[in-house]
Design a protein around this ligand. Structure first.
Ligand code: ADP
Length: 470
């Protein structure tokens, strides 16, 4: 039952419940009415026979009988016999072929010869005149009464499933309508997660509340639990959005405030380093300060980039650029930088020539630099492969593959988050977990995407997709 939706579960629950209740009630009713039906058949037979005695009179030594005697009322057939059992008058039902002996004032159940039909027979002895003795016999078919009872029973068994189907249908529609806001809430949460867009809200929230007219011009709202849940959820999103906006504003403000002092520090370091009177160890100390200030300046630049991106102020200047040449140039620079730092990795290129695309040159360089510097940094001095190719004449696929430390499965989905570092112990330089956030933003800002395939201890491959013309 795990995968069955709540709507179906609820519908099943009360449909089964209704079936059990109605079934039980009908069962009780029918078992009682079966007996009731037989008792009332007997009673109407007795009544009819007793009443008919009033329709028999003696006139001038002759029997005079009312014409009603012939009519079949409530299924009761009346007949009259003399004291020897000779048939005098009346009607005998078809199929009632036995003529049992007379038994005064007793209802008996008689079966026909074939044993197919059953009858109730009721005889009364009557003396309409001095020398006249007769028997009046009433006969009623039990089989017919039972048959009509069975017809009612059959109809009930046809109606019961129909009733259950109608209950299930109406119940399902009602539950679906009631639970629709819950689905809206779930959809909103999913969209917020995929788009990281906190400005979304549960829409049509006012449809949930039932507005009931009480008096003319006045109305009362029936705010049910789901309406309150949706409203609370929207309230919570308002607060979260405000907090996130404040946090982003704070990062932006701090970065701006720090930019000038760090620039001053760098400029001062350069000035001091030009001083020829400095002792070698003082020079080393100043160089160290300068290096740290440079890292800080890079970090501030990254923060400013991301906060501009968040606020939609990061400009994208697209130009038709030869991506093949640009990629080779960035690779060459990174290779040179790596060698100067003593890194033994070689960057092997497989770049299709003459791939042109409309991209922002600066942003593309920044994206490639981040991917390559990561590959060199985490590549354990092994060779790195860079490829760029075009598919279906429209899609550009770039890959940066290393054979380094790789990324653990539990870190894979987080590496695109800001300040996330899989290896928290390595904090030197300006590597503080912002690089891949920028890569993702740049790829998406160009209408593309980026993904990673990685295995811990084996290596990682970052793949980006861009379209040729934006
Ligand atoms: P950082 O500046 O710390 O490298 P990034 O955003 O560029 O930040 O990367 C986030 C994290 O992803 C890194 O801390 C690292 O753990 C992991 N990572 C990125 N690239 C690679 C790679 N090529 N191989 C292994 N891990 C990587």
């Amino acid at each position: 039952m795990k995968k069955v939706s709540l709507k179906i579960k609820l519908t099943l629950l009360y449909t089964v419940f209704i079936l059990i209740v109605v079934g039980t009630v009908l069962g009780i009713l029918f078992s009682l009415s079966g007996r009731e039906m037989l008792a009332s058949t007997k009673l109407s037979l007795e009544r009819r026979v007793e009443e008919c005695l009033e329709e028999i009179e003696m006139k001038d030594g002759e029997l005079e009988i009312d014409s009603d005697f012939y009519s079949v009322e409530n299924g009761v057939y009346l007949s009259m016999y003399d004291s020897t059992g000779y048939f005098l008058y009346g009607k005998i039902p078809r199929g009632f072929d036995k003529q049992p002996d007379f038994s005064d004032g007793e209802v008996r159940q008689i079966k026909d010869a074939a044993g197919e039909s059953e009858w109730y027979v009721y005889d009364l002895f009557f003396r309409p005149g001095k020398d006249m003795e007769i028997y009046v016999r009433g006969v009623i078919s039990v089989t017919e009464a039972e048959e009509s009872f069975r017809t009612i029973l059959r109809s009930a068994f046809i109606l019961l499933p129909l009733l259950a189907a109608a209950t299930a249908f109406v119940g399902y529609r009602f539950t679906k309508r009631t639970l629709r806001p819950v689905k809206d809430i779930t959809d909103t949460v999913c969209k917020i997660r995929t788009d990281a867009d906190l400005s979304r809200r549960i829409e049509n929230i006012d449809d949930i509340k039932e507005v009931r007219e009480v008096k003319e011009g006045q109305h009362r709202e029936n705010r049910d639990e789901i309406y309150i849940l949706a409203k609370t959820f929207n309230g919570m999103l308002d607060e979260l959005e405000t907090v996130f906006k404040r946090e982003k504003q704070f990062t932006s403000d701090v970065s701006h405030e720090l930019r000038t002092p760090v620039s001053v520090m760098l400029a001062q370091c350069d000035r001091i380093l030009k001083d020829e009177t400095l002792k070698p160890e003082q020079k080393v100390q100043i160089e160290l300060i300068k290096q740290k200030a440079k890292n800080m300046s890079d970090l501030i630049a990254q923060l400013l980039f991301l906060s501009r991106a968040d606020q939609g102020r990061q400009q994208i200047n697209r130009e038709n650029i030869n991506l093949s040449e640009l990629t080779e140039m960035v690779v060459g620079e990174q290779q040179f930088l790596a060698e100067s730092k003593g890194c033994a990795s070689r960057i092997v290129c497989r770049i299709e020539p003459e791939i042109w695309a409309e991209v922002d040159e600066t942003l593309y360089i920044r994206m490639m630099m981040n991917l390559l510097s990561n590959a060199l940094r985490y590549g354990r001095n092994r060779d790195i492969e860079v490829s760029l190719s075009i598919h279906n004449d429209s899609e550009i696929i770039g890959k940066v593959k290393d054979h380094g430390v790789g990324i653990a499965n539990e870190d894979l989905s987080h590496i695109w988050e800001r300040f996330y570092r899989a290896d928290k112990s390595r904090t030197e330089g300006n590597h503080c977990g912002l690089g891949l956030s920028m890569v993702k933003w740049i790829a998406e800002a160009h209408g593309g995407s980026v993904e990673v395939v990685s295995e811990e201890g084996v290596g990682s491959e970052f793949i980006f997709h861009l379209s040729k013309a934006m």
